[in-house]
Design a binder for this molecule. Sequence first.
Ligand code: AMP
Ligand code: GLY
Length: 430
Amino acid sequence: MNILLIGGGGREHALAWKITQSPLCTRLWVAPGNAGTSQLATNVAIGPLEFEKLGQLCIDHAIELVVVGPEVPLVKGIRDYFESVPALRSVLMVGPGAAGARLEGSKDFSKQFMLRHGIPTAAARTFQDHQLAEALSYLETCRLPIVLKADGLAAGKGVLICSTIEEARSGMTSMLGDKLFGDASARVLVEEFLSGIELSVFVLTDGSDYVLLPEAKDYKRIGEGDTGLNTGGMGAVSPVVFADETFMTKIRTRIIRPTIEALSKEGIPYKGFIFFGLINVDGEPYVIEYNARMGDPETEAVMTRIKGDLVEALVATAGGNLGKLKLDFYSHHAVTVMMVAGGYPGDYAKGYPINGLGQDHPAVVFHAGTRQKGTEVVTDGGRVIAVTGNGASLEQARQAAFQAASAIEWDGVYFRKDIGLDLQKLSTNS
Ligand code: AMP
Ligand code: GLY
């Protein structure tokens, strides 16, 4: 079948890599894609929010399956648009409609949803923009650190963990009072701080059944030892040592199953990925956030652990018959190291030629922010290249990833050298 994948980052290169391995994939288009996806598929210069052009592309090329990578088109209703156009109604789509994507698009909605259905999460209170004074006095009653969250999408920047009351007051004032994130911070949640190790769990669901994908841990801060500014993600590891059978059973019975049943009870159809951002608090899982898509860079690790046919799973998801699907995984480890531009996550320049891509690497090399410029591949974003090493042990996977990362370079390149090290220590201690 002909397939369209929407997006242009490392997640989409990893999805494209796995999709094109399937005998079910006749031809893949990626909109807009990057220099990496252009080696596997046909890139088309259409943005993720150009619904009409994307729809026309599907009609022109008899595309039967659309896979939506990023959250913004989902939250803005790409599925609803396709369902409203008679010629597109029969196109299968992996990704929920706007109603289901609110799990990610509104933190207030998702918090109330979890509370309504008894899904474990941090306690929280929501304040609206006319309630600044009330919000500020409420902060005085909270225990530190205080977590502030913009309700809407803020490109990963909408969460402040405040260790002093002054920080919380000024964060609240700029978010709610000065609309730091525009409409996204017209509501702000004040949330209880949970202490533990985070992990990302992914499912494909058709709204009634689900398939659990390999779990992963991502590394959000720019600096080694989880220090410095937050980023879109500096690396990922799968599997996660503490996600043992007992812990995963808790996640399935207390979080995954109740979430899918709650969507159904509330009349919200959902065919797509659900990404559960979880935290392990003394052996008990809590939901930090839902996302309506796969994680980045977790996808770059997770895709290398799927043995079965991803396209078969995507078709079953979108077609509503996941119940019969069996998807196999590899037991090997995956370590993804994100290589970023100098200056990222602050200001950084683009357009530097990337050297070393053409060599044989002991790892899979995924492009994140890259662009083909004549015969050269040049940097085109903050997160530029994600290398994923696989191995029988975490250490072997780490070595493969770092060997590849050391062989790729451009002016200003930076990557964290400690990806997976914390989990390695955890597993030697346990
Ligand atoms: P989010 O955008 O919701 O993923 O939040 C970004 C990051 O903030 C999370 O990955 C956590 O590291 C942290 N975070 C969010 N909520 C909490 C919380 N209630 N307790 C502790 N850390 C949190
Ligand atoms: N890696 C976290 C995210 O994709 O949101």
